[in-house]
Design a protein around this ligand. Structure first.
Ligand code: F6R
Length: 594
């Protein structure tokens, strides 16, 4: 949550680099945005900031002078309301130091009381403490030592950029827990929360490790540990394309990402299957096989993928699997079996709740595999093993293609762990074809009217469809703000059916042949009480009056297909309501606070 970008260089205008970067990072938070730019005329730094989006910041800065140094921020509020004063950048009391920060300083109250009792604060944020501490220590220490002394006092997470207005040719950066990547080219140095902000300005990057402190000048980058000892730097090539982050012909990123799903599934096939072999390290397979239980830890949509993963793994591998909410597991760990194996699922690879779990499992010396879309992410780097989703950048806050990719990769993992006679490569190709067939042949925008006119909505399904119901409900509520619940179809009659009244929308998901007649009975029960129903089925489970009938795929992979119409329901419901589809209220894509 929160995105930061800094640039120091020669050729580009810092304003352009930082604002373009912030636009790409807006998925990380969009409560407010701000930038500080060096003003060459007055040889000082100007600060522009306000609540609202980066688009507003672009307006505010339209007359700013061309500058070679700048730092910027897009905020998801944690401490302090969404106001101009609480927007970053923040500055120290004398305004000598200017900073942007992503993360949470957990001991900011204590630090304030111990070191800054007489300081004048300009905001309600935890961040400002950092700027004030640096200024206070700089009275007796060099600037670098003042920053390092401050960093050593901070508890919590930070990706930090600092400007000392008295040395305008340097940006200082530091990282702990929150992500930070640094890119370099002949034009200068760009430093940001996500690789995407570097694309177009840097050819090479380095993902900073925790407890790194960096001095960036236009032509020179020096990295230190917190003891001020120089660290080696080794850069990697940036393999992202500007087009990956482009909306193309689509009206919204979410729609583009829904339509990208067939190619995502094909990319999984290309990347994981080679000459009849599956490209997953033998060691991770061995570690899982040696375990007596897999614990899947995840949050939100990724947890729903985890439920499907459990279903597939138990079916194919016959190892018991438990799925846990990361934020619960981190602080209320269940009794573990003797030989547990931990599987973290995360689109972003940055989710703080999961990182708390990882810290815990590491402490207990257990092995962890992370399945994530971001190979430079904290969880990918800190887990023992990681598997990439190959979904490409997912920009819409509501996850769609990453969810489908998560199930696909979990299926590949389960397959690699088992001795199966069916052809998963073909089965995944069938999934791509089935999604493609649906997306090219059916228009759901008319069906969606049954949902959007109501104050609430229910998705129901049994067994594997129940998990799709959970995901479908989350998607609808998070972008259309319609109160929606996903239910095990058989559970409805144990209480929730009391909510069904004339016209209440109930969407039934029917892909499991063995149990489809039971789901249809449950559907009749709600119809008898006035519900307005929509039925989504696979060809082999369909009745001719079903609203959406999808091309058959392997029974274990139906969730990858069944979810797609529900993603479109959510999309069109939000569209009809005139809502901000890609950036729903109160949310952020990368949830880096607990
Ligand atoms: C909803 C959504 C969230 C995330 C959750 C975990 O569309 O995307 O529910 O799944 O915040 O995030 P990751 O997957 O990045 O760990």
């Amino acid at each position: 949550m929160c995105g930061i970008v800094g640039f120091i260089g020669h050729k580009h205008d810092a304003k352009d680099v930082v604002l373009n970067g912030l636009t790409k990072l807006e998925y990380r938070g969009y409560d407010s945005a701000g930038i500080s730019l060096f003003n060459p005329k007055f040889r000082s730094f100007d600060i522009y900031k306000d609540f609202g989006r980066v688009a507003k910041l672009k307006e505010l800065t339209k007359d700013a002078m061309i500058s070679n140094v700048g730092i910027g921020h897009t905020r998801w509020a944690t401490h302090g309301k969404v106001t101009k004063e609480n927007a970053h950048p923040h500055y120290s009391q004398s305004k000598r130091f200017i900073i942007v920060h992503n993360g949470v300083i957990e001991n900011h109250e204590e630090l304030k009381a111990q070191y800054l009792a007489n300081a004048l604060f300009y905001s309600e944020t935890d961040t400002e403490v950092i700027a004030q501490l640096i200024e206070s220590f700089s009275e007796t220490l060099s600037v670098e030592n003042a920053i390092l002394t401050t960093l050593k006092l901070l508890e919590g997470s930070y990706a930090l950029l600092v400007i000392d207005t008295e040395s305008p040719n340097t940006i200082f950066a530091a990282k702990n827990k929150s992500p930070l990547v640094l890119g370099q080219s002949e034009d200068g140095v760009t430093i940001a929360s996500d690789l995407m902000a570097l694309v177009g300005y840097s050819e090479k990057y380095i993902a900073l490790a925790d407890h790194t402190f960096v001095r960036c000048e236009a032509d020179n980058v020096t990295m230190y540990n917190l003891n001020h000892e120089i660290l080696p730097t080794s850069f990697l090539d940036i393999d992202l394309d500007e087009a990956d982050a482009d909306m193309g012909e689509y009206q919204h990123y979410m729609l583009k990402e829904i339509y990208e799903q067939p190619s995502v599934v094909r990319r999984i096939v290309q990347n994981y299957f080679e000459d009849g072999d599956i490209k997953i390290s033998k060691q991770v397979l061995k570690d899982i096989k040696n375990s007596d239980r897999i614990y899947i830890l995840a949050a939100g949509t990724s947890m729903h993928a985890g439920y499907v993963g459990k279903y597939i793994l138990e079916e194919l591998v016959e190892i018991p699997v438990e799925v846990h909410i990361a934020s619960e597991f981190a602080y209320h760990t269940p009794l573990l079996t003797e030989k547990p194996f931990f599987l973290m699922i995360s689109q972003s690879g940055e989710t703080a709740d999961l990182r708390a779990c990882l810290m815990k499992t590491k402490k207990m010396n257990y092995k962890t595999l992370t399945v994530t879309n971001v190979k430079t992410s904290t969880l990918a780097r800190e887990s023992n093993y990681f598997l990439e989703l190959f979904a490409g950048p997912e920009i819409a806050v509501a996850s769609t293609k990453a969810y489908v990719a998560q199930i696909g990769v979990l299926a590949v993992l389960a397959y690699a762990l088992s001795e199966q006679s069916f052809d998963l490569k073909k089965a995944l190709t069938d999934v791509a074809l089935s999604i493609e067939d649906f997306l090219s042949s059916q228009d759901v925008s008319s069906i969606v009217h049954k949902i959007i006119t109501k104050r609430n909505c229910f998705y129901i399904g049994r067994t594997i469809d129940y998990y799709t119901a959970l995901e479908a409900a989350l998607k609808l509520k998070e972008i259309s703000y319609i109160q929606t619940e996903g239910f095990a179809a058989g559970e409805l009659k144990h209480g929730t059916i009391a909510l069904i009244e004339e016209g209440t929308p109930v969407v039934a998901l029917i892909s499991n042949k063995e149990i489809s007649s039971n789901t249809r009975s449950n559907l009749n029960e709600v119809i008898a009480r006035g519900a307005s129903t929509i039925k989504i089925s696979m060809k082999k489970t369909s009745h001719k009056d079903d609203d959406i009938i999808l091309k058959d795929v392997h029974p274990l992979l139906t969730p990858m297909v069944m979810v797609v119409p529900t993603q479109l329901f959510a999309y069109y419901a939000a569209l009809e309501r005139g809502l901000d589809i890609d950036k729903p209220r109160n949310l952020a894509k990368s949830v880096t606070v607990e």
